[in-house]
Design a binder for this molecule. Structure first.
Ligand code: NZQ
Ligand code: ZN
Length: 382
């Protein structure tokens, strides 16, 4: 097992009816005025907005609002929000939504103190300070509610890039699984695939961290089982709750302990899909590329892939496990190919260029994918 350091500063309040605790928590932290950031309106339709504003108003917190963060959030919106946060001189950012809203909030919190937030993504400015970040999660998928990552798309350059900083972990995240009853099964499954992918990014990178791998196998099985239950009943609270917590654990640091930092090639590849086509949900893109990647690289670390086949799918061969994995995604009616995602054949070279612009020397840890490998992999996934 590799040496590691682990710290996760985010406080989690979890359970049905817990949003009412938001106001008192902000008061306890000395917050007086927050900028509430939201997406396209789902939080108004499902009552989350009302619960949030009720709690804040009762606690005497001043709320300013900004709506319209899109799925696969954009840099131009982040810049607009930074200008607003500066103008209003808020003392905290509150994200109410899924990963896109939370990631935007993090970029705003850090960008508040920078010349230009994109510099932090390009590596030419360091995040040295950030406004306090609070979140009310409405979609379990990214783990953003309990990590220090933010992923934003620069539409001018078609780059969907991430930053990681200890300074942008949310101070508090409230996870009320019951607010996710209003998700479509497509969104639920897409979130589940993202959580599965986060664990898989770590799973094959090293096989000495047995305790982490045992936790990860259990999380993978739990995510599949809970998603199956939610396909039958979107209002199954226990399934929502277990999927939610598994998704948080999938990317809050614990699933990667002792595992070489993970592979992350599939994530970089998927980010090129949703950078080029903003209508592609991140989890759906991962559902296409991950099985193709497993097929392409599993020979490079056969013992690790065999362990995954056995522990997660109760199969003695990787190809049978891969067949079961694909079958599950099909059962969930997820896109099965790049074509299903709406990507056209002539776009494949563009995707390779986008991927390499973020990783000029190739990418991946289990197996380093070159430009030729990327081309071959995309053709396989097409
Ligand atoms: O816009 P609103 O109205 O909020 O609707 C959203 C959006 O249309 C809707 N939704 C959210 N909660 C709902 C709901 N609809 C009904 N009921 C609810 N309770 O769902 C749609 C998708 O939301 P979005 O926030 O985009 O989804 P997700 O949480 O999957 O976030 C995806 C983004 O996070 C990035 C992805 O690349 C993508 O940009 N990631 C962030 C990571 C991180 N910060 O650590 C890691 C991930 O690997 C990922 O890259
Ligand atoms: Zn992801």
């Amino acid at each position: 097992m590799q040496a590691f350091s682990f710290k996760n500063p985010t406080k989690i309040i979890f359970g049905a009816g817990q949003i009412k605790l938001l106001g008192p928590e902000l008061v306890a932290d000395g917050i007086k005025h927050c900028l509430l950031i939201a997406g396209g309106g789902s939080i108004k339709a499902n009552g989350v907005y009302e619960q949030v504003t009720d709690s804040l108003q009762k606690a005497g917190i001043v709320i300013s609002e900004s709506w319209g963060v899109q799925a696969n959030p954009r840099l131009d919106k982040v810049r607009e929000l930074i200008a607003l946060a500066r103008e209003l001189q808020v003392d905290a950012i509150l994200a109410v939504g899924g990963g896109s809203v939370i990631d935007s909030a993090k970029a705003v919190a850090a960008g508040f103190y920078l010349n230009d937030i994109w510099n932090a993504f390009r590596g030419s400015e360091q995040v040295k300070q950030a406004l306090p970040i609070y979140t009310v999660l409405t979609l379990s998928a990214t783990g953003s509610e309990m990590n220090g990552n933010a992923v934003i798309t620069n539409n001018d350059t078609t780059q969907k890039w991430g930053i990681s900083s200890a300074l942008i972990y949310p101070r508090l995240s409230i996870i009320d699984p019951s607010v996710q009853f209003t998700l479509s099964f497509r969104q639920t499954a897409s979130g589940a695939i993202d959580a599965i992918a986060h664990i898989l990014e770590f799973y094959f990178a090293n096989d000495t961290a047995k305790s982490t791998l045992a936790i990860n196998a259990a999380l993978l099985k739990t995510i599949v089982e809970m998603t199956d239950r939610l396909k039958l009943n979107a209002g199954d609270y226990e399934a929502r709750a277990n999927l939610a917590w598994a998704a948080t654990l999938a990317l809050n640091g614990t699933s990667g302990i002792g595992l070489n930092g993970g592979d992350w090639a599939c994530h970089a590849i998927e980010h090129s899909f949703s950078a080029l086509h903003q209508e592609i949900a991140h989890g759906e893109g991962l559902g296409v590329i991950f099985p193709a990647w497993i097929g392409y690289v599993s020979d490079r670390a056969p013992a690790r892939f065999a362990a995954w086949a056995k522990e997660v799918w109760a199969e003695d061969s990787v190809s049978l496990a891969l067949h079961k994995f694909r079958g599950k995604l099909e059962e969930w009616e997820m896109p099965g190919s790049l074509r299903d995602l709406g990507i056209k054949d002539p776009e494949l070279p563009t995707l390779v260029e986008i991927i390499l612009s973020g990783a000029p020397r190739g990418l991946g840890e289990v197996f380093k994918l070159s430009k030729d490998d990327l081309q071959a992999l995309l053709v396989l996934a097409f």
